[in-house]
Design a protein around this ligand. Structure first.
Ligand SMILES: *[C@@H]1O[C@H](CO)[C@@H](O)[C@H](O)[C@H]1NC(C)=O
Ligand SMILES: *[C@@H]1O[C@H](CO)[C@@H](O)[C@H](O)[C@H]1NC(C)=O
Ligand SMILES: *[C@@H]1O[C@H](CO)[C@@H](O)[C@H](O)[C@H]1NC(C)=O
Ligand SMILES: *[C@@H]1O[C@H](CO)[C@@H](O)[C@H](O)[C@H]1NC(C)=O
Ligand SMILES: [Zn+2]
Length: 431
C-alpha cells in the first residue's frame, strides 16, 4: 500500500478524495517546511527491529534448540547472474504424530523489503510455536493441541535482497534486488496494468516467474502442496482473500468459508478494525500477478490469504519506515501479540473447516470444497453460518423490496397529485 494507491482509490469517492487532497496538501506543505523528511531515514536506529542477519541467526539457533519440532533449509535460485536465497523453517513435531493427515500451512513474511514488522512477527510466531513464549489468549495446552494437527512451513524473509537494500538506507523499497515487485511476478493475470499502475513500485518483471524468489516460492508450493497460505504484509490493517486481480471473491462455498474465517479473526482479535474481503474489491485497486491469486487459482490452495498487519496512514509519505512499521514499543508489541494470536486462531478454525473435508483424497490431487464434507466435523457452527447467510440474504431482499416499494409509492403519489392539479386547473379553465 502507498499514498498513490489511497489517492487512486479515492478517485472513486469524491468526498474522500477532497478530504485526502486537503490532507495531502497540508502534509506536503508541512514536509517542505521541514528539512528533515527524506526517504533515507534509516530504520535501524530503532532498537525494536532486528537486522536481516541477526533475525536469521536467531531463527537458526531457535531451530537448533528444538530438533524434534523444527528443521531449516535454504532454497537457492538464480536468473542471469542474479542470485536469491530463501530460508524455510518447517514445524513438524515428529514426536506427536496423529492418525490422520496433518493440515499443511505455508506462511510467508517480508515479500516487500520495507515491511520489517512482518519479519518480526515471523520470528515471534516461531518462538510461540516452539513453546518458548506463552501466547496471550490461549493456554499452552490448547496451543499444543492445535499444533498437533499441523505441519507449518514459515518463510521468515521472502525477499532478502530487497531487505538488504532497505537496510542500506533505501527505506522505501518494496522490490527485490533487481527492482521487480515479487507480488506482481506470478502468473495469474500477469502483466496487466491498471490506469493507476506505478511502473516503479509495481514492476512485474519481464515475464511471469522471471524472478528467482518467485520461482523458489512456486517450487516450495508445489512440493509442499499447502492447504492454508498466508502472505503477510504491512501498510494497512486488512484480512484479504482472493481475488486481487478482480473485484470479487471466489464463488460458492469456498469463498464463503474463507470469508467467515476472516470475519471471525477480525471480530475476535481486531475489534473489527481490519478491512475484510477480496484484495481487489477492498483496497479499491486491482493487482495483477499476485502470489495469493496464484495460490488459489493455480496451486489450488483451499484457503489463501493476504494479511496486512499494520499501517500508519498519517505518517509522512517520505517516511516509509513509519508508514509500514510501528515505532513505539507498545504498538510494536501489540501488533506482534495480536497477529501471532490470530495465526493460532486461524490454525484452529482452518483445521476445523478443512478437517471435515477429504484430506486424504486432496493430499496429492486437487482439493475441492464439498458441501457434504464440511458438515462432517462440526455441523452446528456450519449450520449456523448457513442460517446467518440465509437470514442476511433475506434481509437484503427485504431492504430492496422496501426501498423499491417506497420509491414506487412516491412516484405514484406525485403522479396523482399532478393529475389532480391538472384536473383542477382544467375544471377551473372550463368554468
Ligand atoms: C535524501 O537523501 C539522499 C541521500 O541521503 C539525497 O541524495 C537526496 O537528495 C535527499 N532527498 C531530499 C528530498 O532531500
Ligand atoms: C513430518 O514428519 C513425519 C514423521 O517424521 C514424516 O513422515 C513427514 O514426511 C514429515 N513431513 C514433512 C512435510 O516434513
Ligand atoms: C518476473 O520478472 C522477471 C524478470 O524481470 C520477468 O522476466 C518475468 O517476466 C516476470 N514475471 C512476472 C509474472 O512478472
Ligand atoms: C452431525 O449431525 C449428524 C446427523 O445429522 C450426527 O450424526 C453427528 O453426530 C453430528 N456431528 C457432530 C459433530 O455434531
Ligand atoms: Zn507488501
Amino acid at each position: 500500500m502507498n499514498w498513490l494507491v489511497i489517492l487512486c482509490w479515492s478517485r472513486r469517492n469524491p468526498f474522500v478524495s477532497i478530504f485526502l487532497l486537503l490532507y495531502y496538501l497540508s502534509s506536503t506543505v508541512h514536509a517542505s517546511s521541514s528539512p528533515l523528511s527524506n526517504s533515507s531515514i534509516v530504520p535501524f536506529s530503532s532498537p525494536l527491529y532486528h537486522s536481516s542477519d541477526s533475525l536469521l541467526r536467531e531463527i537458526k539457533t531457535l531451530v537448533g534448540r528444538h530438533p524434534d519440532k523444527f528443521s531449516i533449509e535454504t532454497m537457492r535460485g538464480s536468473n542471469k547472474g542474479y542470485l536469491a536465497e530463501i530460508v524455510v523453517v518447517t514445524y513438524n513435531h515428529t514426536k506427536r504424530q496423529i492418525n490422520k493427515p496433518k493440515i499443511r500451512v505455508l506462511l510467508s513474511f517480508g515479500q516487500h523489503g520495507r515491511e520489517l514488522i512482518t519479519t518480526e512477527v515471523a520470528l515471534n510466531l516461531l518462538h510461540f510455536i516452539a513453546g518458548e513464549r506463552r501466547i496471550p489468549y490461549y493456554d499452552s495446552q490448547s496451543v499444543e493441541n492445535i499444533l498437533d494437527n499441523l505441519i507449518i512451513k514459515v518463510v521468515p524473509m521472502e525477499n532478502l535482497n530487497g531487505r538488504k537494500l532497505v537496510e542500506a538506507g533505501d527505506s522505501c523499497d518494496r522490490r527485490n534486488g533487481q527492482g521487480v515487485d515479487l507480488n506482481r511476478n506470478w502468473s495469474v493475470d500477469w502483466g496487466k496494468k491498471e490506469k493507476d499502475y506505478d511502473p516503479y513500485e509495481e514492476n512485474p518483471g519481464s515475464a511471469p516467474f522471471s524472478e528467482p524468489e518467485a520461482q523458489i516460492m512456486r517450487k516450495l508450493t508445489s512440493l509442499f502442496n499447502p492447504h492454508i497460505w498466508v502472505s503477510v504484509h504491512s501498510g494497512m490493517e486488512a484480512l484479504f482473500m482472493p481475488y486481487d486481480h478482480k473485484n470479487t471473491i471466489p464463488a460458492g462455498l469456498a469463498g464463503h468459508v474463507m470469508k467467515s474465517v476472516l470475519e471471525d479473526l477480525n471480530r475476535r482479535h481486531f475489534q473489527k478494525k481490519c478491512l475484510v474481503g477480496s484484495g481487489g474489491g477492498s483496497v479499491g485497486y486491482l493487482a495483477h500477478g499476485t502470489t495469493t491469486d496464484y495460490m488459489y487459482d493455480i496451486a489450488k490452495v483451499p484457503m489463501a490469504f493476504t494479511f496486512e498487519i499494520y499501517g500508519d496512514a498519517s505518517a509522512s509519505q517520505n517516511d516509509c519506515f513509519t508508514m509500514f512499521n510501528p515505532i513505539d514499543k507498545a504498538t510494536f508489541q501489540t501488533v506482534i501479540d495480536d497477529w501471532c494470536t490470530a495465526f493460532i486462531t486461524l490454525f484452529k478454525e482452518g483445521t476445523k473447516m478443512l478437517g471435515g473435508a477429504q484430506l486424504s483424497v486432496s493430499d496429492k490431487t486437487t482439493f475441492t470444497w464439498d458441501h457434504e464434507d464440511l458438515h462432517v466435523e462440526d455441523n452446528n457452527s456450519n449450520n449456523r453460518d448457513g442460517l446467518e447467510l440465509a437470514v442476511q440474504e433475506l434481509r437484503n431482499y427485504f431492504r430492496l423490496f422496501f426501498l423499491s416499494t417506497v420509491l414506487l409509492m412516491i412516484m405514484f403519489c406525485s403522479r396523482i397529485s399532478k393529475n389532480k392539479f391538472n384536473d383542477l386547473t382544467l375544471t377551473l379553465n372550463g368554468s
